[in-house]
Design a protein around this ligand. Sequence first.
Ligand code: ZN
Ligand code: ZN
Length: 408
Amino acid sequence: MDLNNLLKKYADLIIKTGINVQPGQTIILYADVDQAPLARLIVEAAYAAKANEVILKWNDPIIQRQYLQNTSVDRLQHPYEFEKVAAKELMDKHASRISLLSASPEALNGIDPQRIHISQTAQSKVKQPVTKATMNNDISWLVVAGASLEWAQKVYPNLSNQEALNKLWESILTISRVTLDEPNRAWQEHIKFLNQRAKWLNDYQFDALHYRSDQTDLTIGLPENHLWEGAGSNDKAGNFFVPNIPTEEVFTAPDYRRIDGVVAATYPLSNNGQLITNIKLTFKDGHVIKATADQGADFLNQLIKTDVGASSLGEIALVPEDSPIAKTKTIFYNTLFDENASDHLALGAAYPFSIQNGTNMDANQLKEVGLNQSEIHVDFMIGSNKMNIDGITKDGQKIPIMRNGNWV
Ligand code: ZN
Ligand code: ZN
């Protein structure tokens, strides 16, 4: 594997197919410090595509950990004013946003969940303009990953350090279609395929979906005029971008008031550096009334209490068991990868573009049509080769969508 050459192709894919940089644009790149080599290549590719400026925001999970452990609660609660000003200023400029992730799935393991929760709540207020612009697709944005040693050790515990790191890079690049001759072209075909699936679901306009497996029996209502989407979206300026690399899902928003039954996660969930395993949720009239987990139950229950919407759902996504990621039979302990190997749901906010005309609605209007509002959006994986999903039409017909985890 010629890693350097592949990373160049990866950077090119990120800039062209991912955020689709336009001449004169400002880009913010959030990157973990161990990704400096890839970050530099992304910056190079961005300027080659005539970006005006790339702003780097480095994150070091080890320093983040020390901060969360040691700083005062007052400091956790009160971010600096200049952070708010910066977030707003960048969004006024319509800056595109790239998040390059590589942190260990358990980077913040052992830290008081309450402190993480306080910090996260305060940070989400600071980042509100960015989150809003992202959820609304006002700007083009992208989440991608790079391999780090700590992450690789978790995914491949039986390999030596160097072997594990190489193997994780190889997986990321293969799954993201970077190892193909022309990644940008391969992505065009992939996007076409996902759009066909989305169209099939849109034409049906199901009233609800019913999920059944050995551990799950859940009915999820769908709002009128909901839109299924796959792979990519247009930003406000009308430029097509792909917000996740990799992506294998088609997704829409549920009606947050009509969710009933039990659902079990089939993958562990790493959220904010905390690992949560064997999640089980019981829903009644749209909200979680019981949440359990083997590891991380406290953190999960904190998360659900973030606000009213945090105990309901904002996204339902379908991913077949024969997706290239699922076929690796690997648990990546990273939502970007695991969610694209498995049907998933998200606790928290819905994307306004999941319903017709949603991006022109305000929060109250969105709520009225059934789109959940929250400060959080946390995906968790529920798919398996035992999952069967039916679409229920308005006149009560049941149409099979998935059997044993694959498209019918
Ligand atoms: Zn999703
Ligand atoms: Zn999601």
